[in-house]
Write a protein that binds this ligand. Sequence first.
Ligand SMILES: [Zn+2]
Length: 192
Amino acid sequence: MSEDRPAPRLPDLDHARYLREALDLAREGQAAGSSPVGAVLVDHAGEIIARGRNRVGEPQTPEHVGDASVAHAEMDLFFQVGQLDEPHTLTLYTSLEPCLMCGGASALLGVGRIVWATDDPWGGAGRLIRWTDHPAMQDTQVVPTPDAELEHQGAALFAPEAKRAFPDEGWALWQRRYPQETAALEDAQASQ
Ligand SMILES: [Zn+2]
C-alpha cells in the first residue's frame, strides 16, 4: 500500500445484484448494435452512481463516447461520471473482464475494487496486469466471477461477439474457458 493513497474502504455489497445491472446494460448495448458489455459504478453506500455500456457501433454524443474503438462500457461510464469522488470507496462492476485499457484506467483512477461476471480469456486484462505489483495499481482489489449463474449468462451473451471479433486464437481460448456456452453457439450456428 502506498503511503499517499488512502486504504480501500469497501463495503460488503451484493455482487450479484450489481452484476445483473451490468448484464442488463450489456443486453441494451447488443440491442443498439454495439458489443454486449455493460458496467455500473457503485459507491460505499451501495448506490449506483454511473451506468455505462459499449457504444462502439453508435454515434458519439455530448453525453456518450461512441463510434470509436475506445467506446467500451467502462470508458462510457467514466466519461459520464467526470471527476471521481473518493475513488477508493467505489466498486466497478462489469459484465466482462475489463480489457487492458479499461482495467488500467480503473486502477489509475484509484477505483477501490473491480468485480466482473465473466472472464474474457482473450481480451481480458485481469491476468495481464499484476495489479498488486504495479505502484499505481496496488490499491485496486479484483474479484473475478463471484456468481456461477451470472458467469454463464455473461459467457453466453458475449460468445457470438468473441467468435466474430477474434475468430482464431481468441475463439480457441474461449472454447477452452467456456466449453458449454461456445458449443451451444456452434450448434445454433450449424443448424441455421
Ligand atoms: Zn475495455
